[in-house]
Design a protein. Sequence first.
Length: 585
Amino acid sequence: MVAKNPPSTTTKAVPTKRERLLEIVHVIREHDMIRNFIRQTNPREIRLGFEELGPTFIKMGQILSTRPDLVSPAYTKEFGHLQDHVPVDSYQTVASTFRQQTGQEIDDVFASFDEEPFASASIGQTHRAQLADGTEVVVKVQHPKVQELVHTDMELFKRAVDISKIGPEIGVINPEDIFNEIKNALFTEINTEIEIQNGQEFYELNHDDGIILVPQTYADFSAQKILVTSYMPGDSIKYFMQEPLSHDVQRARQQKAERKNVAEALVKNFVKQVFDDNFFHADPHPGNILFQRLDAQELQDQNHVTSFQRKIRGKKTTLTAQDDLPDYRITYLDFGMMGRLTPNLVDGIIQIILALNTKDTRAIGQAILAICNRTGHVDQEEFFVELGLFLQPYMQMGLGQVDLPNLLFEIISLCRHNNLQAKSEITLLVKAFASLEGIVAQLDPDLEMMDVARPFAKEYLLDHFSWRGQLEDSALDLAQSLRVIPKIPLKLDQLLNIFSTGQTRFNIALKGQDTLFAGLNKIIDRLITAIILAALILGSSLLVQGSAEHPAIYRLGVAGYIVSFIVIIILILATLHTRFKNRKK
């Protein structure tokens, strides 16, 4: 989130660990954050608490807003409204940070540098500048002490997670899983060098792909806390989406055509990112997408470039003056949160789409299992049954009618209930797809993202389909079948002999038999223990009663009592501990 009018220009000193702990405890108690967060209730209170606690928690909330696998839909929606209230750093502070990071002075690198930032967020603030050759750039400078504050907060967060493990109430989420995910994402977010690499790769893959533009990253002038990129004019695409239609019929028709073209360009480019590049923008909300309308001179400059290359579906082609591009461009910004897919994950997504098209619930289930991690015992048959019931309404729809983001979110929830955890890359993709669909729906409500994406999926399948490989596999299967055919009469004869000699044996597997047998084993163990204790107590009683003149025998009987009572107490404590653990689960 961006604050256009920050509250002040003073830099607040980083508190000590003790001071920070007291501050966090105060805010947590004020908003009852632990109880609300673990139970996933009152998301507004959590958002207000995060905003009070500052940069680390604001960024944590923004990260969680993209993770529907970790928090509830109400939380992801509420965290999308997080606002930054971060004081602006003075120019002297910015110059000092730049000097420490690059070893150079600002005046030695830039021909001009705006001392006042035009935007400030939880991690850093952004200034307009100009390189020595006249290139206009923006310089993002990280706030001082942000990394130290993040590390301090993460240490305290880790202690809170450790304490939550021994608490009596556990809600619908796993705090330790959330901590690990946030820690990795947050440390990645504050390391600008990763964003530099992401920006360079995304530029190479998507810049000048039709009307799509990407700012160039200047790695030579950037550092761990400094990011320099080319200045990209334009306004948030939300203003283009909200622009009212003209009363003039012809102009209104032109506006609708423009919105449809922009929507199709966004979808085609995003699908290319997923299926061809396997590297996609994971946070395509309206604030990270600019819309720019070119004037006549700018349009002439761009459309009369003699030759430049762009990438379309992973292939280089030449765009010349004959390409009739419209007079507007779309620009992606902010590459701190990106998603990367392995070929296996892409194949899994394709298999899910194919299985949805064929309406084969078992095939869908198998494809889902391939893209999930198992967090416990998985009853596949039970999962297939639940999945079949869930997907039944969708089976009556065409592929273009399916609300894919909502469908995938519901499947993620179903997986969680069956000890399956969707891989983080998949959940990032779901969130990104849902964000983009929200933009597309406002631009062109009649456009179905899956209709636009289908040609890419077909091309992906054709590119990865090998006739030679299929023929080799089929020939191998046929050869193995031919080898088995002559043995069929012998197998039948052996089967008849088994039946005729009474050697028939059937193996029957009961649903949940492992749990059932484990329970029976516990009952038998308890019963045997009870019999032994009863015998021990009875024997001790006989020894005590008949040993008035034999102190040794008396002491032996008393020892039997003591051992019996100790065992009984241990059994009671073990039972209470087991029930307590089950209650927590």
